[in-house]
Write a protein that binds this ligand. Structure first.
Ligand code: Q0Z
Length: 334
């Protein structure tokens, strides 16, 4: 797709402009940033979502990056967008056209949406805050569950457990009716719930065939006013290790918490190191960084079913410090 991206009107009051990207910063999270990418001529507005290599555990961001983490997450998100287009439209426009060279591989040009004010969580297993709520009340988000479930057990069927988007602190669990109230359209919320469960079920089945359990995941949806044929669109990142709990199927055992596919090296190291899990998060030693990076790359290769290098090459990702302009990875991150 050919895009003539024009800069938006920009005033001194419009916020910081990245020195690298020369685009206005719209919003930043703990581990990623979103920029205003302007609009195609007479076209709809676009955003550039950039994933960093930063990693957080226990809600704190470590000062040490995990090389390639941002590119693995972006590659996985694109894999899932492409695989789930038959379920619902998504905001992906391009991973190449309109993506500045320095961030190729870890950034996506996306359609700017009117985001719905709820997080759409689907759980196939009882863990985390769902396990806490179940132990206290026998229910999660107003959904009564069978008695006698054990930690990390697979649920009889996936459940939709929305939450509010908190500006600071933790998202608050809400039931479907409260989510419908916040969205202001019960029929739309029912469609969002059904689509969320369908996306989860499809992805969990694929992941299972790759030896990975998708325990739960979170989607964000928006409305695309420029596309009346497909008003409901899934946005943000989808089915990445940062928006989901992935567990290795190998060693899965009911009755206790499961190791995270990607972050377990860091958590185990931090536990032994004696970090109290309160910010600031400690620097991560080289061997733990290397092990964690290998797990991210392994997650990409297992799920996408191709070498991670293939993603880097398709997107024209460059290697930092490579001689001669550094197109793609010479020795392979994989
Ligand atoms: C995504 C987020 C990030 C910080 C808003 N297509 C869209 N249109 C409008 N808004 C969003 C999207 Cl994806 C949107 N977020 C989450 C992403 C950095 C926050 F990269 N918030």
């Amino acid at each position: 797709m050919e895009l003539a991206v024009l800069p938006r009107e920009r005033s001194l009051e419009s916020g910081p402009v990245s020195a690298i990207l020369d685009l206005p910063l719209v919003s930043s999270g703990k581990v990623r940033e979103m920029y205003d990418a302007g609009e195609a001529v007479d076209g709809p507005p676009h955003l550039l979502m950039v994933a960093s290599d930063r990693i957080s555990t226990y809600d704190a961001v470590h000062p040490t990056p995990i090389p390639d983490k941002g590119r693995v997450l972006t590659g996985l998100s694109v894999f899932w967008f492409q695989k789930t287009g038959h379920i619902v439209a998504n905001h992906l426009v391009s991973a190449i056209d309109g993506v500045p060279e320095p961030v190729r591989g870890r950034a996506l040009l996306v359609r700017r949406l009117q985001m719905l004010p709820v997080e759409c969580v689907v759980r196939g297993y009882i863990t985390g805050s769902g396990w806490k709520d179940y132990q206290a009340t026998g229910s999660v988000s107003g959904i009564a569950l069978p008695d006698g479930l054990r930690e990390s057990e697979r649920l009889p069927e996936p459940i939709f457990t929305p939450s509010t988007k908190a500006d600071v602190g933790h998202d608050e669990a809400i039931d479907f009716e409260r989510a419908a109230e916040l969205v202001g359209d019960r029929a739309l919320m029912a469609r969002v719930r059904d689509v969320s469960i369908e996306l989860y079920s499809f992805a969990a089945e694929h992941a299972r065939s790759c030896g990975v359990i998708l325990a739960d995941t979170k989607f964000e949806f928006g409305l695309d006013e420029s596309d009346p044929a497909h008003p409901l669109v899934v946005g943000d990142e989808v089915l990445t290790p940062d928006s989901s709990r992935y567990w290795p199927a190998d060693g899965y055992e009911v009755g206790h918490g499961q190791p995270s596919f990607d972050k377990q090296y860091v958590r185990d190291w931090a536990a032994g190191y004696g970090w109290d899990k309160k910010p600031p998060a400690p620097a991560i030693p080289d061997d733990v960084v290397a092990g964690t990076r290998a797990r991210y790359v392994e997650a990409y290769e297992r799920i996408a079913g191709e070498p991670f290098r293939a993603w880097l090459e398709r997107t024209g990702a460059t290697v930092e410090g490579a001689a001669g302009g550094g197109r793609s990875a010479p020795d392979g991150a994989a």
